[in-house]
Design a protein around this ligand. Structure first.
Ligand code: AHM
Ligand code: MG
Length: 342
């Protein structure tokens, strides 16, 4: 079985990113610094999420704590942290986030830069009350507009044009997983020294895959193709193997497991809510960066009808059906959908 090498050398994320940059003599270092700022935001968010269970003692979100201070909701804290670490650096033209309806502009008086940052500051935050892992997702693009404040054109780029992307997962340990197009690297936060250390070098999706991951509670809303595909994953329909089911309901964790154990994660379109005909997950700051990581690790990401990262976005918060994981498993979903769901 192919497994990802777990490294024992002490390599900080800063050293790793700088080393990667040396391969590009013309690189200005801006992307390196941007990634480092995101890692710093991850450390700050991690330190808050690990204290989330203390809300009853220190004060529940939205109420005053024992010191009489307003306690902030964690997703709002994550949003502000990412914003404040990136609004004044001159590296970004514009940002966009799941938490904001419209573009997030660089404040007046600060320079704009050549990159665009899209993020979901705290995905799966409804799980926090149950001590379930949550995550931050990010995608970096080059701006398309020439100069000045960034525009919708800068943000509405297809996933194929992504420059770097990844996620932080706040679990039993905090990890940062990212790719800048030359493989996928995982770093684990050592809280005693406050550094992300390289722990998973050049991650590849293993074979044979272990798990399929989907909210099977919605099966009654699924199309025929989806139902049959899932039965195939379970070993029916003439399949040569069967996979076990794992579903946390926190996308970053579900995809992180899929990346390390092999398998397929899907959040398909279904007939549950006619207002959401494309499923739940957002294309720009949830699906595309996770798809990039999975594809850089040797997998494939699809809408169920074709490559996800080829979708031309039209709206900031548009949703997409998503299937990602080991290539053969995702291609099988496309086959079933093409055959049964005309
Ligand atoms: P959120 O962005 O509001 O946190 O919702 C996204 C989350 C994902 O992490 C997860 O995959 C999905 O919602 C779970 O949805 P469901 O409860 O419908 O299975
Ligand atoms: Mg989200």
């Amino acid at each position: 079985m192919a497994t990802t090498r777990v490294t024992s050398d002490v390599i900080t994320i800063e050293r790793h990113i700088l080393h990667a940059q040396e391969a590009f003599p013309d690189a200005s270092g801006t992307l390196t610094q941007l990634l480092y700022d995101i890692a710093l935001a991850g450390k700050l968010i991690a330190s808050r999420t690990t204290r989330a269970g203390l809300a009853d003692i220190l004060g529940a979100a939205g109420h005053e704590n024992v010191q009489g201070e307003q306690v902030q909701k964690l997703d709002l804290y994550a949003q502000q942290t990412l914003y404040q670490l990136n609004d004044h650096t001159g590296r970004l033209a514009v940002m966009a986030s799941e938490e904001e309806d419209d573009l997030i502009h660089i404040p007046k008086g600060y320079p704009t830069g050549k990159y665009v940052l899209l993020f979901d500051p705290l995905d799966g935050s409804s799980n926090i009350d149950f001590n379930v892992s949550v995550g931050t997702i990010f995608a970096i693009y080059k701006r398309k507009s020439a100069s000045g404040p960034g525009t919708h054109e800068d943000v509405l780029q297809k996933g194929a044009d992504i420059v770097a992307g990844g996620y932080m997962v706040y679990g039993s340990s905090t990890m940062l997983v990212y790719t800048a197009g030359h493989g996928v690297f995982g770093f684990t936060l050592d809280p005693s020294i406050g550094e992300f250390l390289l722990s998973h070098e050049n991650i590849r999706l293993p074979e044979p895959p272990k798990y399929y991951s989907v909210n099977q509670g919605y099966e009654k809303y699924w199309t025929e193709g989806l139902k049959r595909y899932t039965r195939w994953l379970q070993g029916e329909e003439g399949a040569a193997r069967s996979l076990s089911l794992r579903y946390i309901g926190s996308m970053v964790s579900d995809i992180h497991r899929t990346l390390l154990a092999g398998g397929v994660f899907y959040y398909p379109a279904d007939t549950r809510d006619p207002k959401k005909p494309s499923g739940k997950l957002r294309l720009l700051y949830e699906a595309n960066p996770m798809a990039y990581v999975i594809e850089q690790a040797g997998g494939y990401a699809s809408t169920g009808r074709g490559p996800l990262r080829e979708v031309e976005p039209t709206e900031l918060h548009q949703r997409t059906p998503l299937f990602l994981g080991n290539r053969d498993l995702v291609e099988k979903a496309e086959e079933y959908i093409a055959k049964y769901d005309i």
